[in-house]
Structures are given as C-alpha cells and as structure tokens.
Design a protein around this ligand. Structure first.
Ligand SMILES: [Zn+2]
Length: 502
C-alpha cells in the first residue's frame, strides 16, 4: 500500500498521524509465525506480524519494498510501540516490552511473586500448575493489557488460560537487570523441557550480554505453543513439545536473535545469513558455556563434526551466501543462511584474525550498528577497520562466491646438507579457488612435532607454493590442516609420509 501525503512532511522532526483500520483472523497455522494450539486447559494463541508496518527507508536503497513471502523474514524500522490487548479475564497475556498496568490485570499474589523473581537467580513460580484457569479478575469479563516497547523493530504477543508462569532475574554486565519469564501449558512440564526454559533464557542472555553488548529489553519471555521457533524483540515462540537438546537449542537460538537482527537492524529479508549465521555462531559459544558445558556441541551434538559440517559447506552449487534467500534453492537454504556463515566466522576467528581481534571486531560492529541498518559491506568494513587487516579475499571467496577449498601436498623433499642437517622443500597446491592460510604439522625422525602457519599471501600470485626450510633431522610426516578446521574437499591429499620410514 502506498499513501500519498497531501503535503510534504517536514524534515528533522516533522510529524504525521496515520490511522489504519484493519482486522484479521488468527488461524491455527500461521506459517510458523503465528498460530493457535489447543491444550487441556484452553487454547494458546501466538500472534506475530499483526499490524501494518511502514517499509524501511534507508540511505542505501531508499524505500525497501520487498514483500514478506516466507523465507527471509522481515526488514523493519525502529520505533517506540504502545499497544493494548483486550482479552477475556481468564487469559494471561504476554508481550514484547514492559507491561505498564500490572495492577489492573495481575492478582496481588502474582505481583508479589514477580517482585521476588526480580531478586532471584533461581526460577520462581508466578502462577503454579494448581492455579491454571484461575480468573485474573472476577469482577470483569474482559481485561486490557497495556504494553510499551522502546526502540524496537517489532512487538508480538501471546495469550492463554492454560499457562503456568515462572520467572528469574537476568544479571547484565552493565549493572542492570532484566527478567526471564516462561509461559507454558501443563503438558509441557518436564525437567528436559519447559521447566528449565527460564533457566536457559537467563543463561543465554547473560552469556551473550557479556560476549557482545548487554541485552536491552526489560523482559525476555518464552512462550510454549504451536510455532516451532520464532524470534521477536523480548519474546520468543518455541515448540510446546520440544525436548532435551533440541529444546535448549530452540530457546537459546531464538533469544540469540535479540542481538541479530533485533538490536543490530540488519536486512534479514535480503541477507538472511546476517541474522541466522551470526546467531548460529553465538549458539556455538552458548553450547560451550551454559551450565559448565552441559550442551557442549562437541560432546553431545554433531553441530561441529567434520562430516556434518562439510556436507553443508562443500556444495558444488553456484549459489553463494550473498544470494537472496527467496531465489536460492530451498535445499541450499540451511547451508547458505545458517551453517556456512557460522563456519566462516569461526575460521576468521580461529585461523585468520585470532580470538582476541575477532571478538573485539564483532563487538565493535554491534556497537557501531545497534539500532541502525548495516549492509554486509558495513560488516566487512567494521571487521577490517577494527582488525587493521584487508580481508577482501575472504569476503569474496566465502560470502560473494561459493569457492571451495582443497589444499594438497604434492611433493616433499628432505635432503641431507653438507652440515649434517637437512634441506627441506614442501610443495603445496591450492587445487580449488578459495585462498586460505596453510596450517602445517611437521613430524621429524627424532620424535619432534612442529606447527607452522603459512600466511594467505603465499597465494597472491600462484596456486603452487614451495616452503623451503632447514632442520636437524629428517622429516617423517607432513599434514595440512591436521585438526580439520577447514572444510577441505579432499583430506586424503593433505598428508604425506616419508616412504623410507614406512
Ligand atoms: Zn534463527
């Protein structure tokens, strides 16, 4: 819809009021963004993307008018949003931001328990299983729940008579706090599922706040319902019947989106990888950190196993991460939006820039672009500016193109020199297009093992490089990328062993 204004809106602070009357039916299946679920104690209703929005006007594209069509989610402008939900008085309502009229809609007991939860690191019940279906206010048929969300891209909400409600304080590194809350039906109770949701939300948000920048919303609400996993500012919809590790992933992944794209307003409609891939990268650290590594991916999940990683990263497709999510094959979507960008960031961190420089650069990017609309190039520039290193070769090969990796050892010579030592030459080929530094592990006859990193610049003019060096003793084995940190197309040509010692 395009609205032509009767007169020009004044620049710098001009105001206009637009009133739009609209209505829609909340269907049971709302494309996994909204929906309704019938439980023993009543329906759970989850509502997202429920009011008309103005297209983003940014200073790169002007008006961004691409419609929402499923994949790629939404590109939204920031603002302060006041909204009210009027519902039958047997329903509990949760929404993005602050509930501004608690005394009108909550019971005295609930308000008292909420005050306790705000001081508690342990989860506190606000409404217990025994209190399900309790009327919020016996004197009124309907109640109006009022919410305010500041500087936000969006607001979503959920309502049900079936909710159990619990909460715990989130401690933020800037000395502030927020409140983690969960609302779920009695069918979802369980120690491997929703009974730990608030603990997971608290852990996730405290971790990322420390690593990146502090969480910004007054509450963080997890709703159990029909939507399998969807993020909104300060509220997430997760599957009512997820369990075990999948449940942890659902909660920690969806809350992770409060940084990308909620706080850093990337255009996920076009660059899906900037919110999903960055968030998957954050998930990796949450897995390692939460509850002393309870969900450490390497121990309990195949997220980082070489085979499953390479299956996604090593596709021969022409499609690259930078291709729009609605034009790439659906079968490539998970690889291009989730897995490959995550692996790319991990290679940048572990092999290219080092942990300290990369962590600082990512934080710098988040700080520079919070509440704004960065493009991929703004991200690339932030990482380069902070780290002081040109990474154009990496952005091109990994993000703009789908260049593959195959580093190989083609020849090794270890020849005795005149001074009782050895002259060595290791010939390395870059058989595919992607240039990367070469991590070499060299083993010697005297039992010594050495690691050397040959910088990416060895590929500036050539696809073959000879590494010459001297040693006291003869080489017995050489391996490229011995830890399999790179998704290399063929690991068989990464190793060499001296035939003399076989
Ligand atoms: Zn996601």
């Amino acid at each position: 819809m395009k609205i032509s204004l009767p007169e020009k809106l004044a620049a710098k602070g001009g105001k206009i009021q637009i009133i739009i009357n609209y209505e829609f039916k909340i269907t049971e299946n709302g494309l996994d963004r909204s929906g309704r679920l019938k439980t023993k104690n009543g329906w759970i209703t989850e509502v997202g993307q429920w009011f008309p929005r103005m297209c983003v006007y940014d200073n790169v594209n002007g008006w961004n008018t691409l419609p929402y069509i499923g994949v790629g989610d939404f590109y939204l402008e920031y603002g302060n949003i006041n909204y009210e939900i009027t519902a039958p008085s047997n329903l509990l309502v949760f929404g993005s931001g602050q509930l501004t009229n608690p005394k009108e809609v909550l019971t005295e007991t609930q308000i008292k328990r909420l005050e306790l939860a705000k001081q508690s690191d342990k989860t506190v019940f606000i409404r217990t299983a025994d209190e399900i279906n309790q009327i919020q206010n016996k004197n009124q048929k309907q109640l109006t729940w009022k919410f305010f969300c500041e500087n936000t891209r969006d607001v979503a909400w959920a309502a049900s008579s079936a909710f159990i409600w619990d909460a715990a304080r989130i401690n933020l590194p800037n000395g502030k706090s927020s409140l983690a809350m969960s609302a779920y039906p009695i069918e979802s109770v369980g120690d491997n599922t929703w009974s730990r949701s608030t603990e997971y939300a608290k852990g996730t948000i405290e971790n990322i706040s420390k690593y990146l920048i502090p969480y910004t919303y007054p509450t963080a609400v997890a709703i159990a319902g029909p939507v399998s996993g969807m993020e909104y500012p300060g509220i997430v919809f997760c599957a009512a019947f997820d369990m075990d590790r999948e449940f942890w992933y659902d909660i920690s992944h969806e809350f992770g989106h409060n940084w990308f794209p909620m706080l850093v307003g990337q255009n996920e409609r076009v660059f899906s990888w900037m919110d999903e891939g960055f968030n998957e990268y954050l998930n990796y650290f949450q897995d390692q950190t939460f509850n002393n590594g309870e969900f450490d991916s390497q121990k309990n999940f195949n997220r980082n196993l070489v085979e499953s990683r390479n299956k996604y990263v090593l596709t021969e497709s022409d499609e690259a991460i930078m291709n729009r999510p609605d034009v790439t094959k659906l079968s490539n979507r998970y690889a291009l939006a989730y897995v490959k960008p995550r692996i790319g960031l991990m290679i940048l961190r572990n092999e290219v820039l080092g942990k300290e420089r990369f962590d600082g650069a990512l934080k710098y990017y988040a700080e520079q672009w919070k509440y704004k609309h960065p493009t991929p190039y703004d991200f690339f520039h932030c990482i380069e500016n902070y780290s002081g290193e040109s990474l154009d070769w990496f952005w091109r090969g990994w993000f703009l193109e789908n260049w593959q990796i195959d580093q190989a050892i083609s020849k090794v010579e270890s020849v005795a020199d005149s001074a009782k030592g050895f002259d060595n030459a290791i010939v390395i080929d870059n058989l595919q297009k992607m240039p990367l530094a070469v991590v070499l592990e060299i083993k010697y006859r005297n039992g010594k093992t050495e690691r050397t990193i040959l910088p990416v610049e060895i590929w500036l003019r050539n696809k073959t490089y000879t590494y010459n060096f001297k040693s006291d003793t003869e080489i017995t084995n050489v391996a490229i990328d011995p830890d399999k940190d790179y998704p290399d197309k063929n690991y068989n040509n990464n190793v060499w062993s001296n035939p003399i010692f076989k």
